[in-house]
Design a protein around this ligand. Sequence first.
Ligand code: ADP
Length: 491
Amino acid sequence: MKKYIMVIDEGTTGTRALIYNKKFEIVSQSYVEFMQYTPAEDKVEHDAVEIYEKTIDRCKDAMERAGITADDIAAIGITNQRATCVVWDKNTGKPLYHAIVWQDSRTAVDCNEINESGMGEKVRKRTGWTVGPVYTSMMMKWYLDNVPEIKKAVEAGDALMGTIDTWLIWNLTGGKVHAVSYSNASVMGSYDLTTGDWYQEFLDYLGIPVSIYPEVRDDSGDFGSTDPELFGAPIPITSAIADQHAALFAQGCTKGGSGKITNGTGSFLDINVGSNLLISDEGLDTVIAWKIGDQINYALEGYESVTGSAIQWLRDGIQIITESPETEEMAYSVEDSNGVVFIPALAGLRAPFHKPLARGTITGITRGTTRAHIARATLEGIVYRLKDILDAVERESKVPMSDIRIDGGASKNNFLAQTLSDMLNATVKRPLFVEATSLGAAELAGLHVGFWTMEEFENAMEVDREFTPQISEEERKERYEKWVALIEKSF
Ligand code: ADP
């Protein structure tokens, strides 16, 4: 009887393997960082071989720590950093260049040109994302223009491309499966959401042959089995899902109108909008949340890069706190922010404004302003930014969001969670256990092999605390109107 599911959680800075038992408990895990290559200000790269080798080591280590073998594992699930591009030679199995990471901005000038030409708007309406350096297809074009070995291999029909999930699956299966999941495909900037296929016209425009692209498969489905030599016995790979999508699934947001906010150094807001495609006109991105069998689910996504990192700035920049969690007590120690408003646009403003040159502002400072007021205004500023995004989702989807799940390090802050509930006018639920990303990949892998059923997932995440709105509609309106009036100043 196979008693475990193994998850490969491939983040941007490190790789983790986890073993889950039937009760959704992590019985062992193993983590290691990998190298970040930054050859220039606008470039971030990874060594795909290092990632693969470290993944295998971590899997073996996690199995050893749990005292189990490959025969005890029912399936493997993969969750990964999205959009990062790898190109390799299918004969040698070797990457032809470093992987270009989703944070890289080397194609910014080309992207601007496309957006200014009118092509950008056409592409956005098909792919669900504004053309930008995060597009895997733009990275692929950069390879073709700048790396002669890649151009040659593509022309000779020897090259394959994919995101990190694709690369891992290809290697784990001994080169038998070249596939990507729907969730990952939908953030590659070359998947046409309106036809459900690779976006041929845009690939032709970029000069990329579609033949190097992977086959798109269900997020909970068959991705082949691991080469028997790797772990001593073959293990089926039955899920591959992008990180934010995995967290959305694990948080129980499986139906339209439910959503989650991940508050880490930045915040990702993902709202499941059901099975009807909805391309945003409000500055949000549309993604495929997942496809399971016949069922496809779309999500609207909004991202802000500075939220938890604004708290880090209080600690490391202006040094008015020594640890992030202190901000909770400081915020509660004062009745209000005493008129101080902090717009944390420390690296520009993202969804739904998209003002990369916006700058942070602190207004309303008097002689009575204390560190506590600034700490409180920072946490409130994070909440107002999330309200900016959620309001755009509501305008677009026309569905009021009354139930929000939160995860990520900064969600541990009770003042932040309560203010979110107050300002979003929603019940905010925080799980006890916040490893939502890996849990989602485990669930989808287990689902495919009959290890778990959908019904069992309802109890997989224990709620630690539920926050309900404690302010009147009048107060909510008044506070937010003040914010709206000030935010344009930061543009
Ligand atoms: P990531 O996965 O993005 O690296 P985490 O989910 O680990 O980030 O969250 C870390 C971020 O959350 C940091 O920016 C930190 O300042 C912030 N943070 C952590 N704990 C708290 C807290 N109790 N109150 C406010 N911010 C916090």
